[in-house]
Design a protein around this ligand. Sequence first.
Ligand code: ADP
Ligand code: ADP
Ligand code: ZN
Length: 214
Amino acid sequence: MQLILLGPPGAGKGTQASFLEQEHGLAKLSTGDMLRAEVKSGSELGQELQEVMSSGKLVDDSLMISLIRERIAKPDCERGFILDGFPRTLAQAEALTTMLEEVDRRLQHVIELKVDDEALVERISGRYSCAKCGEGYHDSFKLPKQDGVCDKCGSTEFSRRADDNAETVASRLDAYHAQTEPLVAYYRDLGILASVDGMAEMDEVQRQINGIIL
Ligand code: ADP
Ligand code: ADP
Ligand code: ZN
């Protein structure tokens, strides 16, 4: 099964992709995570990416498309995958359609998470994650069961994303509305769009998604 989680920054794509990964054994492909790994490596490309990402703008389509093309050819994607953060432009969406046709696969569902802009700012400003395993948390909405200890791996180190600040968030939201939102109509026309209420609690959103894919 091939799925896309579509939604603005902070909508809960990563959170729901992790649920789907655990429950259904699908590979979670987060382009944001891939790009942050490249930045962390300190490579020349990583330095260029960091500049673009900290401005809240989108990274070049051709680079993103080749990144995903290579990634979906890996063995862990054979059973299917969830795309979190890709595609983000019409050019990326069209390239994905073509690349899946080439390998005789197709998208079953594109799940749009609908969340108001004000709630997004609140979600993003409280977001942090485990520095070791990447598990996501939130200052108000998802605290570790034991204070300061990751539920998943027991680590006591956490980190916050450099681009999760008020100024960058505003341009990321602008980029979403201008460049990514048109994909809703693109996938609706293909007949594979489903929308869920992303304002609901995490468990409820998960339940709604399971209702669509099962
Ligand atoms: P969020 O989880 O808040 O939606 P991501 O982690 O997906 O954010 O992305 C962080 C940044 O990485 C984006 O603001 C953008 O600069 C870049 N990025 C991630 N995915 C893509 C993509 N498919 N196309 C272009 N840029 C991307
Ligand atoms: P995205 O990948 O779309 O940028 P995340 O999954 O990282 O979004 O979620 C953003 C923040 O909001 C995280 O701190 C996460 O714990 C929290 N969050 C996710 N889903 C919900 C929800 N349904 N209700 C409240 N907070 C949520
Ligand atoms: Zn952890």
